[in-house]
Design a protein around this ligand. Structure first.
Ligand SMILES: CC(C)(COP(=O)(O)OP(=O)(O)OC[C@H]1O[C@@H](n2cnc3c(N)ncnc32)[C@H](O)[C@@H]1OP(=O)(O)O)[C@@H](O)C(=O)NCCC(=O)NCCS
Length: 165
């Protein structure tokens, strides 16, 4: 499946909400990605992608239609040479090798365009798909913290993966 990255557009709102309103995605994301995912959540997100220079967020598209999202979030202060990577795909697009094609594009974009030397991702211990995908893209497990995250009334391990410029 041929996929590209492009900025989110206001017209993507309905498609975004259809994709994102899914508890199987939300359970692996921070609470800022809620379930249910409402039209208002979608509008706020698309506006955020347009108005925050510290976050470089792109729609993952197939034939220009959004199928997911990926973003780099620049850190501040003493962490300012780092960016956090986040991503998700609509559930019907899982397990087709899509994210392992897209992550390297985002890493290349980050190191070529941003003043950073390290890109990291924070992955739940329970999220095997994301761990496998990011390892395939050359990220290394740099740290593992036991039961630091509290999600859906459960304490979860936090795995920090990173890649260096
Ligand atoms: C994580 C996510 C983006 C993976 O995307 P994807 O395009 O399905 O991943 P890929 O198809 O590139 O698969 C990557 C690897 O993980 C494996 N994998 C995928 N789902 C798996 C699962 N549920 N359990 C075990 N392995 C799995 C694949 O087999 C592949 O490994 P392989 O090539 O050795 O077979 C997708 O599952 C998703 O959106 N999840 C919900 C949101 C999320 O977790 N975001 C990341 C937060 S850190």
């Amino acid at each position: 499946m041929l996929v590209n990255l492009r900025p989110w557009k206001t017209e993507d709102l309905d498609e975004l909400v259809t994709l994102a309103n899914n508890k199987n995605i939300a359970k692996f994301m921070a609470d800022v990605f809620p379930h249910p995912y409402t039209v208002e959540n979608g509008r706020t997100f698309i506006n955020f992608t347009k108005c925050n220079p510290g976050s470089k967020i792109f729609a993952i598209v197939h034939n220009d239609k959004p199928i997911g999202s990926i973003g780099l979030h620049l850190q501040t202060d003493i962490l300012r040479k780092n960016a956090e990577l986040g991503y998700w795909l609509g559930e019907k697009y899982w397990n087709k090798g899509i994210i392992t094609k897209v992550i390297p594009k985002m890493v290349e974009f980050g190191f070529n365009n941003l003043d950073i030397v390290r890109i990291f991702a924070r992955i739940y211990g329970t999220n095997i798909a994301s761990q496998k995908a990011i390892e395939k893209c050359g990220f290394k497990l740099e740290g593992q913290f036991e039961k630091t995250l509290f999600k859906n009334n459960e304490y979860l391990d936090e795995l920090i993966y990173a890649i260096r410029k």
